[in-house]
Design a protein around this ligand. Structure first.
Ligand code: ATP
Ligand code: MG
Length: 551
């Protein structure tokens, strides 16, 4: 893939374990819960897990962690597969589901009961909480803790048979109610859940807890490095405990934690993303303003840009926040050498060249990639008497720092002539409708500074288009999810009357361009009988936030 192989502490662990002979190969897994679409945070984990497997000639499994029957959905399973593939990774035939292991997980639970390491507890949820103790006070043993193994086994089998209602009892590990780590205070292993599972249907009335299922699933698959986010650090003793008490053969998987990606301006909790989608605050899971991979793809971001971003941010052991500009920078750096520069006007203002003959068309060749003209070839620009420029490139009452066009001022048309604004015309409502300009090959008056260069398109020969301009979905850099207060009303601005230069008459969805001075754009939809083609702005040309910050 050509991206730089980042050095990080995880690779140091891997090297150490390979050198010591603890493992003969690298097996990782990416374990999404199918309860939402993948987001840019998941991409970090995908790149890390699949990247390690690639670099060490090992393998990476895709495993759906579908132990919670209530929130999961087949739609999510398919979207996750699409997204991992799109990011450029392959699990080959190693596609697994934690639910494939329900029988084995059940069998292991019976084993733990018989060896005295698990028991069925009938405390109510409120009592369980009360007995758990606190960070400073030890917990208390459940009165059911020392019941005979046979009694627990009988109850556990009857739990499975559906003899008891939800919450009546649960299976828990027998570890240590006084352990300083709360996760070790007799955690739950299996609970009763009368729910239909998207894969196992109604076969099961009890479901394993995440901590219990995860380590065993890893071990079943022969995973060597079970890489997860930092909040699981305190769960590692339990991860190891379960496999040890099951006498799982060595080598057992090693859990390694890393800091999750926190990206400023992006809300990443799946629960909150789901809320945005359900409340129709956005146009589905792939709304280009969301940080989901489906959204970034629809917006026009490439998988290479996301991998580049993940490489650059690296992997650390300490939580931190990444500025959104890092993602934008990676997107620009990826697109910059790849896409053609063309001209488009988002908000057209008509300019009439008063001395230009009515039907004359001046054709000029201009390179698609000015920094290296031969790289992408040339196209024809067509200059006519009537053209469009960007409305905001003209000011009736130019402020001091306005360098563009104004009455009596000169500007240059990109790749073409100089124009000088002689007159501005308005409609009855006082809206500016047209500029009347003279033109020349060379500047007409010696300017104090070089005139601005404006992008333009010919009026008649240009192609209509719609452009969608995106901004941050939230007004705060670290949104809490308070939608009423934090949603940015200008996160989507549609420009319905854009005009494209004539060379763009034969383009297809999926193509990307740099519209000069405006940003990188992605053609989402071709023109059809319902309307013109639709472009998404992938990213602006400059870091627009930095600009406002420096003001
Ligand atoms: P959420 O809390 O939003 O539901 P999750 O962590 O529960 O997300 P999973 O589907 O369980 O989502 O995540 C699959 C994998 O992706 C896990 O290994 C998890 O550690 C990793 N992951 C999730 N979010 C991030 C993130 N922001 N940065 C890095 N890795 C992440
Ligand atoms: Mg999770």
């Amino acid at each position: 893939m050509g991206e730089e192989r980042a050095n990080n502490f995880i690779r140091a662990f891997v090297d150490e374990d390979l050198a010591s002979g603890r493992y003969a190969e690298v097996v990782t897994r990416f374990p999404p819960e199918p309860n939402g679409y993948l987001h840019i945070g998941h991409a970090k984990s995908v790149c890390l897990n699949f990247g390690l497997a690639r670099d060490y000639q090992g393998s990476c499994n895709l495993r759906f962690d579908d132990t919670n029957p209530v929130k999961e959905d087949v739609e999510y399973v398919e979207s996750i597969k699409d997204d991992v593939r799109w990011l450029g990774f392959s699990w080959d035939e190693r596609l697994y589901y934690a639910s494939d292991y329900f029988d084995k997980l059940y069998e292991c639970a019976e084993k733990l009961i018989l060896s005295g390491h698990a028991y069925v507890c009938e405390l109510s949820p409120a009592k369980v909480r009360e007995y758990r103790g606190t960070l400073t006070a030890p917990g208390q043993n459940s009165p059911f803790r020392d019941r005979p193994a046979n009694e627990s086994l009988d109850l556990f089998r009857r739990m499975r048979a559906g003899e008891f209602p939800e919450g009546a009892m649960f299976l828990r590990a027998k570890i240590d109610m006084a352990a300083p780590n709360l996760n070790m205070r007799d955690p739950a292993l299996f609970r009763i859940r009368r729910a239909t599972h998207h894969r196992t249907g109604d076969k099961w009335l009890i479901y394993p807890m995440y901590d219990y299922a995860h380590c065993i699933s890893d071990a079943i698959e022969g995973v060597t490095f079970s890489i997860c986010t930092l909040e699981f650090e305190d769960h590692r003793p339990l991860y190891d405990w379960v496999l040890e008490k099951l006498d799982w053969p060595e080598p057992r998987p090693r859990q390694i934690e890393f800091a999750r990606l926190n990206l400023e301006g992006a809300l990443m909790s799946k629960r909150k993303l789901l809320q945005l989608v359900k409340e129709k605050r956005v146009d589905g899971w792939d709304d280009p303003r969301l940080p989901t991979l489906a959204a970034l793809r629809r917006r026009g971001v490439t998988p290479e840009a996301i991998r580049l971003f993940c490489d650059r941010i690296g992997v650390a052991k300490k939580d931190s926040w990444i500025e959104y500009e890092w993602l934008e920078k990676a997107i620009r750096d990826d697109l910059n050498p790849k896409v053609k520069r063309v001209m488009a006007v988002l908000d057209p203002l008509k300019v009439t060249l008063k001395d230009w003959p009515q039907d004359e068309v001046l054709t000029v060749k201009a390179p698609f990639f000015p920094d290296d003209p031969e790289k992408m070839g040339y196209r024809d620009l067509k200059l006519t008497r009537e053209i469009y420029i960007e409305r905001e490139d003209f000011s009736l009452d130019p402020p001091r720092d306005f360098y563009r066009l104004a009455l009596g001022r000169e500007a240059r048309l990109r790749w073409s002539l100089y124009i000088r604004c002689e007159e501005a015309r308005f409609d009855q409502d006082g809206v500016l409708t047209e500029l009347i300009c003279s033109h020349s090959q060379e500047p007409q008056a010696p300017a104090k500074r070089r005139p601005a260069i404006l992008h333009w398109v010919p009026a008649e020969l240009s192609i209509p288009a719609v452009a969608r301009l995106y901004d941050r979905l939230f007004t705060t850099p670290r949104p809490t999810g308070d939608l009423e207060k934090e949603l940015n009303p200008l996160s989507l601005v549609e420009r319905p009357n854009c005009r494209l230069e004539p060379a763009l008459s034969q383009i297809s969805p999926g193509e990307r361009f740099q519209f000069e001075r405006l940003g990188y754009f992605y053609l989402e939809k071709a023109a059809d009988d319902k309307g013109p083609c639709v472009f998404n702005r992938v990213v602006t040309l400059k870091d627009s936030f930095a600009k406002t910050r420096n003001k």
